[in-house]
Design a protein around this ligand. Structure first.
Ligand code: FES
Length: 91
């Protein structure tokens, strides 16, 4: 996923905004990323990804999501239709 690609598709929050928020605010818990333009407060698809971005930030890594934005968006469509994920919740 590229920095300008949306992590939270509901509220159009790109990866670069989440990275900037994490670097600036250093939130102690992932749920505070919701303060970044409401990320994660819609359908819930991006919540495990936001948690992973938070974990990466906490461990000193550049927060990144592997794979393409198209695959990510397709996963969300499936999630919204079925309520299930292809990937584990812990991601
Ligand atoms: S994609 Fe983030 S809440 Fe729906």
């Amino acid at each position: 996923m590229k920095p300008q690609d949306d992590v939270c598709l509901c509220f159009h929050v790109p990866l670069v905004k989440v990275r900037t928020y994490l670097a600036r605010e250093n939130p102690p818990v992932a749920s505070l990323i919701s303060e970044c333009l409401g990320a994660g407060t819609g359908c819930g698809w991006c919540v495990p990804y936001l948690k992973e971005l938070h974990n990466q930030h906490q461990s000193g890594q550049l927060p990144t999501i592997e794979g393409s934005a198209a695959d990510y968006a397709e996963g969300r469509l499936k999630f919204n239709k079925s309520g299930t994920r292809d990937k584990p919740e812990s991601q």
